[in-house]
Ligand binder design. Structure first.
Ligand code: NAG
Ligand code: ZN
Length: 336
């Protein structure tokens, strides 16, 4: 039979892509876990144990606290163990309904263990930095979005003197706390809480970062949606002393992100790019001395909003990973 006439270069590129796609498969240890689906907390919790057990030289699990409803808050430490390493802290799942966010933290850890030792940049990153990955901060809220109300945002703590539940964890940090873009009313979605770190979840995160300030050099917090890359400040229109550098990093990161699927991100200081809002974890981390502090607002721009279809998990996580790796590489080259 005669061979069909297909330009040779297309066959080669196609084969090359297959090889590239296939080469890391032996590194996928967490078999059976579905990274292209949204996973409930029960599955994510089991996954935190599995991924650590299956990658003992790269991933370890620590508990940093307990949620209001008593769930353990697990943090994954991802990196090749060695002395005096600096670290990047990344959290997902602040706001319960932003399901693509925890999906990205899971994707990130999977890609870390899958490509370590195979892909140059990830290998360099994990050899020289640790990533602290908090897969879900607001676990109680996340559970509630699976069981009761898909659109829930806040924690699930009880408010004294009110029948309304929950505090907005991203208005609950000590950064211009409750001065702007936040509400003092417990029934509101942006309720700032009774004081900074009134929530067990935000307190646990803040305690861990405060306790490891000498090593944590970057803070990344993953939200959705709007396709934005934000940096401090959000609690004031004043710009930070690092504004020029943070602007340049963001500009380059969103450019890299767009190379994969053409997804367009806007970037800038939080206050002027979306709206002024006090009590955010990014501003707080920056004021603690963590210069490289960024908030991602992932896909989309509103068509599906918080209810982003599972078919978009893969492309969203792929492009976000590029931006996160860009920022992490920059941080590694600019340790302070
Ligand atoms: C700092 O990080 C280490 C893990 O690398 C952890 O064991 C320790 O508890 C952290 N410190 C604080 C005060 O949370
Ligand atoms: Zn959010």
């Amino acid at each position: 039979m005669e061979l069909p006439l297909i330009p040779t270069n297309i066959i080669l590129i196609d084969n090359l892509q297959n090889v590239l796609n296939g080469q890391f498969n032996n590194r996928v240890r967490s078999t059976g876990y579905q990274y292209e689906k949204y996973n409930n907390w029960e599955k994510i919790e089991a996954w935190t144990a599995d991924i650590a057990n299956e990658n003992p030289g790269l991933v370890s699990r620590l508990q940093i606290g307990t949620t209001f409803e008593g769930r353990p808050m697990y943090l994954l430490k991802v990196g090749k163990p060695s002395a005096n390493k600096k670290a990047i802290f990344m959290d997902c799942g602040f706001h319960a309904r932003e399901w693509i966010s925890p999906a990205f933290c899971q994707w990130f850890v999977r890609e870390a263990v899958r490509t370590y030792g195979k892909e140059t940049i990830m290998t360099q990153l994990l050899d020289n930095l640790d990533f602290y990955v908090l897969p879900v901060l607001n676990i109680d809220g996340y559970v509630y979005t699976w069981t009761n109300n898909r659109m829930w945002r806040k924690t699930r703590s009880v408010n004294a003197g009110s029948s309304c539940i929950g505090t907005d964890p991203n208005r609950n940090f000590n950064a211009g706390w409750c001065s702007v873009g936040a509400s003092g009313r417990p029934c509101d979605d942006t309720f700032c809480g009774t004081k900074p770190e009134s929530e067990k979840e935000t307190k646990a995160l803040a305690d861990f970062i405060r306790g490891n300030l000498s090593t944590i050099k970057a803070y990344l917090t993953i939200h959705s949606y709007s396709q934005l890359l934000l940096y401090p400040y959000s609690y004031t229109y004043d710009v930070t002393k690092d504004n020029v550098e943070l602007h340049a990093i963001s500009k380059a990161a969103v450019k890299e992100l767009a190379t994969l699927h053409g997804t367009k991100y806007t970037y800038g200081p939080g206050a002027s790019t979306i709206y002024p809002a006090a009590g955010g974890s990014d501003d707080w981390a920056y004021d603690q001395g963590i210069k490289y502090s960024f908030t991602f607002e992932l896909r989309d721009t509103g068509r599906y909003g918080f209810v982003l279809p599972e078919s978009q998990i893969k492309p969203t996580c792929e492009e976000t990973l590029i931006a996160v790796k860009y920022i992490a590489s920059y941080v590694l080259e600019h340790l302070y």
